[in-house]
Design a protein around this ligand. Structure first.
Ligand code: NAP
Length: 277
């Protein structure tokens, strides 16, 4: 009698000890009563190629990929999805039965799902979005906001040229706003997103003027440590709807889990508690 194979998945990064993914996937495996394992894998850059190549032979059905490998891994897989190509990074690997590895990116999906869950009345078409920051996370946010149907994105970044590069890539629905003018852009925003690392524990505070926040805006921060950032506290004070960044991390994990382990998990308070444990 042959025993059924137990699916293996995990997260590849360097370092990896900080990752919340093993707690989240472990929580879903337990609560859904599924057989499977999800493990953290600390892989140094010089070993990435060998490790990726070995995954199918070791019984892995997939993996998440995190800092610093999200870009490099694109050239190590057999196929990259359109959305991962657009974002320029891969965070989820799907390993098919024939051993071929597909690289996908679920960050934009996670961002939008979190917004929809946290602000159910949010309508992308209701006005311009303001995106602060132009790093890797901003790319996923911009791609997903455009896909959701926002009419215009005002993007502002300390290093202006990075925002201009995104405008060239993502097109004319983007308008670049100088970093010193970011406060003015916020006055016009229906959806406001901080994609910079400012406000994170150990980093400087986000100093953009926030007195122009209007109560009708939906404000979200990708920073989730602390959960209530200065931006979210100010937005709450101004009467805006606020959505914290932890949900993005949780929602981006859903498509991979479903594909690897065969059931779609839900992101609820217990999932949040598992991540915060
Ligand atoms: P990144 O590529 O390194 O980009 C960092 C961004 O922050 C850039 O726009 C950078 O501006 C800006 N920045 C950094 N220090 C600054 C300062 N002192 N003043 C003004 N701007 C500053 O990082 P990333 O991957 O995009 O991640 C950004 C943040 O999002 C991180 O905190 C990350 O943890 C978080 N994140 C959260 C999720 C989630 O699931 N919630 C997912 C992805 C990322 P310059 O271009 O001028 O350097």
């Amino acid at each position: 009698m042959t025993l059924p194979k137990i699916p293996l998945a995990g997260v590849i990064g360097h370092p990896i000890a900080h990752s919340k993914s093993p707690q989240v996937h472990g929580h879903w495996l337990r609560t859904l009563g599924l057989k499977g394992h999800y493990i953290p894998m600390d892989v140094a850059p010089e070993n990435l190629k060998k490790v990726i190549k070995a995954l199918p032979k070791m019984g892995f059905v997939g993996a998440n990929v995190t800092i610093p490998h999200k870009e490099k891994v694109m050239e190590l897989v057999h196929q990259v999805t359109d959305r991962a190509t657009l974002i320029g990074a891969v965070n989820t690997l799907i390993i098919r039965d024939d051993g071929k590895i597909i690289g996908d990116n679920t960050d934009g999906y996670g961002f939008i799902e979190n917004l929809r869950q946290g602000a159910p009345d949010w309508t992308p078409e209701s006005g311009p979005a303001v995106v602060l920051g132009a790093g890797g996370a901003a790319r996923a946010v911009i791609a997903s906001l455009l896909d959701a149907g926002v009419p215009e994105i005002l993007i502002s970044n300390r290093t202006r040229v990075r925002a201009e590069t995104l405008r060239e890539e993502f097109g004319t629905r983007l308008t670049v706003v100088d970093w010193v003018q970011a406060g003015n852009a916020i006055e016009n925003g229906a959806t406001i997103v901080n994609t910079t690392s400012l406000g994170m524990t150990g980093k400087p505070e986000l100093r953009v003027p926030l007195d122009g926040l209007n109560a009708g805006a939906v404000v979200t921060d990708l920073v989730y440590n602390p959960l209530k950032t200065h931006l979210l506290a100010a937005a709450e004070q101004a009467g805006c709807t606020t959505v914290d960044g932890l949900g993005m991390l949780l929602h981006q994990a859903v498509p991979g889990f479903e594909r690897w382990f065969g059931m779609r998990p839900i992101v609820d308070d217990a999932t949040r508690q598992a991540a915060l444990r």
